[in-house]
Write a protein that binds this ligand. Structure first.
Ligand SMILES: Cc1cc2nc3c(=O)[nH]c(=O)nc-3n(C[C@H](O)[C@H](O)[C@H](O)COP(=O)(O)O)c2cc1C
Length: 430
């Protein structure tokens, strides 16, 4: 039977800046043998490496360690730090350190682990693995646990993909977080308050040896991260992610994603408890072509009536191919059958405007929800200028007013960066 033993290492003194941790561990008489794994609390590594700051700087220290805010609730900040770790307050810690000081995480915990491993090999001639640990909270789970933030000489991940389970079923996604499991095992005997910052796991020598992977490999890369942001942050980012996309790839649009976006769209505010939004989905190439050809003819007729030359008409018409190149089109329509009639131009005009702005809210919801589905969109006006033609070609009821067209697809390129607009330019406070 496989088994392992885990024990805390007593006898370590209070660690000070400049201390050699391997020497302190050796002096404590650790009884190490080849194949042991040391779980070393990052706090003592930080202290030895002089990663101590005056506590007056705590917020500034968190700022300096932060590369990305993942979530913020009041004073609590979950951030990604320079090492790619996502954690509260960037790991800037005020516990177990002298009053008035805070500890930063080691700058490179993998390098710290390597230094300790080499120091122990030099002093004792043993081949041990070293894991630098820190205590993390986790999304979805209550309670904290230790995880590996640095490692040397020990396998950090066990990739079982491509193998089979005991029943012969293929394992498609199973990569075991060995180093985190070891860190958690160490935490069971270290405790926070007892001054036992190092634990030793024995009996798992098959995990120990020279290895290329360090704990950095345990950080999930952004492209594979389905939970990049906290909920509030994701909602806000969805709004700013909607940008007009004018060029699309050939990748088809998932009709289910469009329906989910319509579900979000029709939660928009609207007057008199009405639901004035309709979305005409042009899912066949024929329907799109028929509409675009008819709109082009109507546009040419408008331009001829304006007295434009055939040459200038041809030039303009050639430019308008954004909708033609899109893999999917939606025609949002406004129905105002719930509107009131007052009989005077001022109030009837205001009534119509109410419905038009409600339509805008619905379309904006739609575009934001599409962005959430990672679909780009461009809302353009053309169908508003030839409503009769659009109704006719798409066989829509008389009361449906086309409110432009939305091109939908996968963006061919990310949108050009646009600096955030200062709210002050848009505000008047009374
Ligand atoms: C009602 C409406 C009509 C629009 N018509 C067109 C259009 O005909 N062609 C176009 O390229 N963009 C059109 N746009 C998109 C705007 O040009 C775009 O929203 C603006 O440049 C801001 O860029 P953003 O959407 O990336 O924030 C329209 C937008 C709205 C709201």
């Amino acid at each position: 039977m496989t088994s392992y033993r885990v024990r805390a290492l007593p006898g370590l003194p209070e660690v000070r800046p400049g201390d050699d941790l391997a020497k302190l561990i050796v002096a404590a008489g650790p009884g190490l043998v080849d194949g042991d794994v040391l779980l070393v609390t990052s706090k003592i590594v930080s202290k030895a490496e002089g990663r101590i700051l005056a506590a007056t700087d705590r917020e500034a220290a968190i700022d300096a360690e932060t590369v990305r805010v993942v979530a913020r609730r009041g004073p609590l900040r979950i951030v990604e730090n320079k090492q790619g770790l996502v954690m509260a307050a960037a790991g800037v810690d005020a516990s177990n350190t002298a009053a008035g000081t805070v500890l930063l995480l080691p700058e490179d915990s993998d390098a710290s682990a390597r230094t300790i491993r080499e120091g122990l090999r030099d002093a004792l001639g043993v081949d041990v693995g070293v894991i630098v640990t820190d205590t993390f909270g986790r999304p979805w789970r209550n309670g904290l646990t230790d995880v590996a933030i640095g490692a040397a000489g020990v396998r950090v991940l066990e990739d079982l993909r491509g193998g089979t389970d005991a029943q012969g079923n293929p394992l498609n996604a199973t990569v075991i977080a060995l180093a985190d499991e070891l860190a958690a095992a160490g935490d069971l005997v270290k405790g926070k308050a007892e001054g036992l910052p190092v634990a030793v796991v024995s009996g798992l020598g098959h995990l120990v040896g020279d290895t290329d992977t360090d704990a950095r490999a345990m950080v999930r890369v952004a492209a594979d991260d389905m939970f990049r942001l906290g909920t509030s942050e994701a909602v806000r980012e969805a709004v700013t992610q909607r940008r007009t996309v004018r060029e699309f790839t050939d990748e088809p649009v998932d009709p289910g994603a469009v329906r989910r976006a319509v579900t979000a769209a029709v939660t928009a505010p609207a007057p008199h408890h009405t639901t004035p939004w309709r979305f005409v989905l042009l899912e066949s190439p024929e329907s799109r072509l028929r509409l675009l050809d008819a709109m082009r003819d109507a546009w040419i007729a408008d331009l001829r009536r304006d007295g434009k030359s055939e040459e200038s008409i041809a030039k303009r018409v050639r430019r308008g191919d954004l909708l033609r190149k899109a893999p999917y089109l939606v025609v949002p329509c406004l129905v105002t059958d719930g509107s009131h009639t007052y009989g005077d131009a001022r109030r009837d005009g205001a009534e119509r405007e109410m419905f038009v702005v409600a339509m805008g809210a619905g379309v904006q919801n739609f575009l934001v929800a599409l962005a959430g589905e990672r679909l780009g969109s461009a809302w353009v006006s053309s169908t508003m200028f030839c409503r009769e033609v659009v109704r006719d070609v798409l066989d829509l009821p008389e009361g449906w007013d086309p409110m432009g067209a939305v091109a939908v697809g996968h963006a061919a390129a990310p949108p050009r960066d646009r600096p955030a607009r200062s709210p002050e330019s848009f505000l008047t406070v009374r």
